[in-house]
Design a protein around this ligand. Structure first.
Ligand SMILES: NC(=O)c1ccc[n+]([C@@H]2O[C@H](COP(=O)([O-])OP(=O)(O)OC[C@H]3O[C@@H](n4cnc5c(N)ncnc54)[C@H](OP(=O)(O)O)[C@@H]3O)[C@@H](O)[C@H]2O)c1
Length: 302
């Protein structure tokens, strides 16, 4: 598995991150067994970075990971230190809103640590921007979380470039990542400055739902049947050319970007978790990258 270093930190992550949003399923014994198998498969084939959030499966995903970690510690006592464990908070239920208050974020981190059965998070991300956030106050919360040893590094998720700049201006350490939706449907990061900012500041863009719009409808899907057919035809042409699956090409399309996008793989199917790695060895042609973009857009590049 390729590795990538995050900004000026010592954090070294697998290039593909394993996403834990779906691992608990409906939290039935069968779903939990499936989730543990997915996690074990990811570990075996070199994923070292696991992405969580306090809200995934209403906490069950973190708890399942914590259960597995307890089992794994019997076999490999220093397993925790070999992993990058990221969690997120800031989306608050009842009523649903975004909340970056010190109390809420600190309690969320503490609850995540308990569920995950760890003493610290390698990275803590603000899940979605709280429009009412005060950068200085968030900076203080980060300092306290770091001083307490509960969090080593910080990042953001779904932040616009200006929101990221605002928060960064109040921090004395660099943010390591911005976790955003990037897939063939949602390409706004190509033009809204997000990927440019990441390159400029050395921040790693992490792509959530990387296969959205191809293997399942993207969030807020606007693709028509005609769009889907055009994209599928170009993907099929390229899949033959590169001797791989269409969904692996979609990952390669993200990996090609010079901002060093790290896709989060969310499949719970062992074969797919393993096969995703093949995308890392596809030498993707510049012209084909644009042909897929054209198929997605439905018009030639001007
Ligand atoms: N920051 C945020 O706001 C945010 C939002 C959403 C997600 N995330 C993170 O991003 C991670 C990845 O998101 P995701 O799970 O949506 O990612 P994904 O890897 O794009 O999608 C995974 C889903 O696609 C299915 N799938 C994968 N390959 C397939 C194929 N070839 N054919 C048919 N179905 C296929 C999987 O089914 P199987 O399980 O059956 O293989 C699974 O349901 C999450 O786990 C979470 O950590 C972050």
């Amino acid at each position: 598995m390729q590795k990538i270093k995050f900004n000026s930190s010592k954090v070294i992550s697998s290039r593909l991150i394993y996403g834990c949003m779906r691992i608990a399923g409906d939290n039935t014994p069968a779903d939990k067994t499936k989730g543990k198998l997915a996690l074990r498969t990811a570990l075996e084939v070199g994923y070292t970075h696991f992405d969580h959030a306090d809200i995934y499966g209403a906490g069950h995903c973190e708890s399942l990971f914590g259960e597995l970690l307890t089992e794994l510690k019997q076999e490999t006592p220093d397993i925790r230190e070999q992993l990058i464990i990221t969690s997120k908070a800031g989306i608050r239920p009842d009523p649903q809103r975004y909340d970056f208050s010190a109390d809420y974020l600190t309690t969320s981190v503490e609850n995540s640590l308990k569920r995950l059965n760890v003493d610290y998070l390698d990275m803590f991300l603000l899940h979605r921007p709280d429009y009412l956030f005060n950068a200085e106050q968030v900076a203080q919360t980060f300092e306290q979380l770091k001083a307490s040893g509960k969090v080593k590094h910080f990042g953001v998720s779904n932040f616009s470039p200006s929101q990221l700049s605002l928060l960064q201006s109040a921090l004395d350490k660099p943010l390591l990542v911005n976790q955003i939706e990037i897939n063939i449907h949602n390409i706004s990061s190509l033009t809204d400055g997000s990927l440019d900012q990441c390159q400029q500041l050395g921040i790693t863009p992490i792509a959530w739902c990387p296969l959205g719009g191809v293997v399942y409808p993207a969030w807020g899907n606007t693709f028509s049947k005609a769009d889907e057919q055009r994209i599928a035809a170009e993907l099929a042409r390229q899949a033959e050319l590169y001797n791989c699956s269409t969904w692996q090409l979609i990952l390669a399309w993200l990996l090609k970007h010079p901002a060093n996008i790290c896709p989060i793989i969310g499949s719970t199917t062992p074969e797919r978790i393993v096969a995703a790695k093949q995308a890392l060895s596809i030498v993707y042609n510049h012209a084909d990258w644009y042909r897929l973009l054209e198929a997605r857009n439905g018009y030639p590049q001007p």
